[in-house]
Write a protein that binds this ligand. Sequence first.
Ligand SMILES: [Fe+2]
Ligand SMILES: [Fe+2]
Length: 279
Amino acid sequence: MLPSLDRRTFINSLGGVAAVAAMTHEARADAMEDALAAPMQDTAMHAEPDSMKDVAPPTVAELDAQITTRSYRRGAGGLFVATKPGAKVERLKPLPVKPTIIDFHLNRFGTSQHCLQSANKAMQSGADEEIILACFLHDTVHALVKTDHGWWGAQMYEPYVSEKVSFAIRYHQALRFYEDKEHGYEYPDLYRRMFGSDYKPEPYIEATYQMVRNHKWYLEPRMVTVNDLYAFDPKVNPTLDQFVDIIGRNFKQPKEGLGFDNSPVAHMWRSISRPDAPL
Ligand SMILES: [Fe+2]
Ligand SMILES: [Fe+2]
């Protein structure tokens, strides 16, 4: 349970109790996700804010009915839309001529802190370097696109990481919908709010899960989901420095810079680098 200060801070950050009550389920879930993925600010163990616990998760039909109430689509990349009511997109700092994964981490990925926390949790548990790297990268493609982010993310990283790392990134998305208590993974309550209380995964997600469940590398994406939590120990403040050597050993940084190496995915990196380009 969060201290009242946290709850107040969260509600105030959204414009107060009345503003929270007026928000759509979607806007609340987005705001909650942002708050939980944000850097730790105090001594509270982050869990679902109390303010959300009183609000029943929406049904699939209720979420569906919200589609035409928005000026953006939910799968749009985080860099390309401002989803909070009244918000505008920010001016972005230009990246260096030969940008590295670190430059993107620091200046483009909206999920950097969440991924840093996940990678830290993996590191603390003694995971091997490929899992730690997969955790560090797993949601970063949200900047470009959210729909099917496992597949998009794996594709974007494939030229630069091992097959195991891209496997872990690709399939963590599907495994998130399926419990594996033996390995310490439970269905996330946040998903009831994001997808609907009565949501059933699409057939291709179910088929992917069945395939991965029987794959020799099942534990690679499973470990990403185990470390993919929205609750972290606030006394632990991971820094990028912890991961620089692991990135150096496991990420093949192109000498021309990400986006300029003529790889099949270079355009994806350029799109994240320059999201204000009109074409
Ligand atoms: Fe994810
Ligand atoms: Fe995640």
